[in-house]
Write a protein that binds this ligand. Structure first.
Ligand code: AMP
Length: 146
């Protein structure tokens, strides 16, 4: 399955991706993550150019290292800069390989330098599972002569 098919399945398009700004406070991002039930956000000043990514792991690590004072930090203090991105024509297998190698679970989708979506490891695994289920049904159909 291709990234564009995953995005379509999520009903996600330009303008729908949640972004935060580098100057936003970590406490604000924590509230967004909790409210939206998501694990990470893309950091972008203009909502189009990807400058970084901030995940719940970045916040938890900082909380463990420095305590609750990190909630007053800015996003740019904790974010990962220049995250690995994918394109809409990349396959779910390519994305899963990059996520596994890089040990992260979020990937911005970029086209012509502009953010068009985000895929998570959950999206990719779910896409793979439905592919496997369709393959199984097709193989069963062939064996049973349907
Ligand atoms: P995650 O597993 O996505 O919650 O992130 C684990 C760590 O990887 C955190 O430090 C994130 O900031 C970082 N990270 C998340 N996504 C990416 C990405 N696409 N490229 C590079 N680093 C990332």
């Amino acid at each position: 399955m291709l990234v564009r098919q995953i995005l379509k399945g999520k009903g996600e398009g330009a303008g729908k991706v949640i972004t935060v700004k580098p100057g936003d406070r970590i406490s604000e991002v924590a509230a967004i993550l909790a409210e939206r039930r998501i694990g990470g956000v893309i950091v972008s000043t203009d909502g189009e150019t990807v400058e970084g990514i901030l995940s719940e792991r970045d916040i938890v690590r900082s909380l463990a290292a420095r305590g609750a004072t990190c909630l007053d930090d800015k996003v740019e203090d904790l974010m990962t800069r220049n995250p690995v991105c994918c394109g809409r024509e990349d396959s779910s297998d390519q994305v899963l390989t990059r996520m596994t190698e890089g040990r992260f679970r979020h990937m911005p989708v970029v086209e012509e330098g502009k953010l068009i979506g985000i895929v998570t490891i959950g999206d990719v695994v779910s896409a793979r599972l439905s592919e496997l289920s369709m393959e199984k049904d097709a193989l069963q159909g062939m064996i049973m002569g349907r």
